[in-house]
Ligand binder design. Sequence first.
Ligand SMILES: Cc1cc2nc3c(=O)[nH]c(=O)nc-3n(C[C@H](O)[C@H](O)[C@H](O)COP(=O)(O)OP(=O)(O)OC[C@H]3O[C@@H](n4cnc5c(N)ncnc54)[C@H](O)[C@@H]3O)c2cc1C
Ligand code: SF4
Length: 333
Amino acid sequence: MHTFEFIRPENPTAAVTTAAKAKTAQQGADVRFVAGGTTLLDLMKLNVETPARLIDINRLPLDKIEAASDGGLKIGATVRNSDLAHHPTVQRDYAVLSQALLNGASAQLRNMATTAGNLLQRTRCMYFRDTAMPCNKREPGTGCPAITGSNRSLAVLGTSEHCIATNPSDMCVAMAALEATIHIQGPKGSRAVPIGDFHLLPGSTPNRETVLEPGDLISHVTLPPPRSGSKQVYLKLRDRASYEFALASAAVVITIAGGKVTQARIALGGVGTKPWRSPEAEAALVGKAANVANFRKAAEAAMRNAKPQSENGFKIELAKRCLTHALKMATTA
Ligand SMILES: Cc1cc2nc3c(=O)[nH]c(=O)nc-3n(C[C@H](O)[C@H](O)[C@H](O)COP(=O)(O)OP(=O)(O)OC[C@H]3O[C@@H](n4cnc5c(N)ncnc54)[C@H](O)[C@@H]3O)c2cc1C
Ligand code: SF4
C-alpha cells in the first residue's frame, strides 16, 4: 500500500478547506475524506484508490439523527448504517430505509459504514477493482472490458458504450423512493441536491460518479415528512441470503385508498448504473386497482428501456418479478 498523510480537522470548515486542495472531484482525487473506510481503505489496499492525504471526518459533529423543522428527518453524514437502521423513527416512518440497510453487507460492516460513505460507495465491477485490467471508470480512455467480458452482475439500465457498472448500494435505492435530499458543504457555501440528481449516469465520463466538486463535504441527508398511510417494502434478490450485493432489488412506498393506488414511489437496485427511480412504474400504478396484473404492468414499464449484455439478460425478468412481488408484499402486509 502506498504512503499517505492522515489529517484530523477540528471542524467541517477546516475539513472542506483542506479537501478543496484536491486537483479533481472527490472520487479518484488525491485528497479524500474517510469515514468508516469500508469502501476507501479496501480500494487503497488494491491500489485502485491512491490518495496522498486522508481527512478523517469521524470526530466532526455530523453523527446525529434529528427531527427536521418540516416534520421530516435529518441524518448526519457520519451516522452509522446500523444506528440508522435501528432508529425508532426510521423503523416506524421510513421502514423501507431500515429494511434496505439491514439487507446490506454484514452486521460488522454496518457498524462502521456511514450514511455519506454509503452514498459514495463504488461499483463492484471486477475490472474496476483489478489494476491489471483496463477500465474507463478507473483510467479514462482505456476501454470497458466488461462489455465483452464478465458482466453477469452489471447494469441493464442507464448504461453507455463506455461503462455498464452497477451502483451497488441498497440504502440509496430506499432513499431514492423516499425522495431524500443530500446536503453539501463546499468551498463556495452550502447546497442541497435531490438524490435523483446526485449520482450521474456514466455517459462518456464514467469516472465522474456524482455532482461533488473538490472540497465538497456531505454534511447530512434529509428525508421529507413521512407519507401518512403509506406501505413500504424493500425486497432484495441475490445469489445467497446474506452478505451479498443485489442482482435486483425494489424499494416501494405506496398508498392505497378504496382498492386503488393513490401514490407510488418506486426505485430499483442492482440493475442501474445509479440508484434507479422509476417514474414509468409510478405512472403505471397511480389510479389503478392494486392487483398483481397491474403490478406486473408497472414492472414491465420500469424495465422497458433495459439493455441486456451477454451475461445479464436474466436480470430484466428478475427485476420485473422483484418489483411485482415487492408491490404484492407491500399491499397485502
Ligand atoms: C464485503 C462488503 C460487502 C458489502 N455489501 C454491501 C451490500 O450488500 N449493500 C450495500 O449497500 N453496501 C454493501 N457494502 C458497501 C458498504 O455499504 C460501503 O462500503 C459503506 O457504506 C461505505 O461507507 P464508509 O463510511 O465506510 O465509507 P468510506 O470508505 O469511509 O468512504 C467512501 C467514499 O465516500 C467518501 N466520503 C465519506 N464520507 C464523506 C462525506 N461526508 N462527504 C464527502 N465524501 C465522503 C470517501 O472519500 C470515499 O470516497 C459492502 C462492503 C463490503 C466491504
Ligand atoms: S463496466 Fe465500468 S467499471 Fe466495469 S470495466 Fe467497464 S468501465 Fe470499468
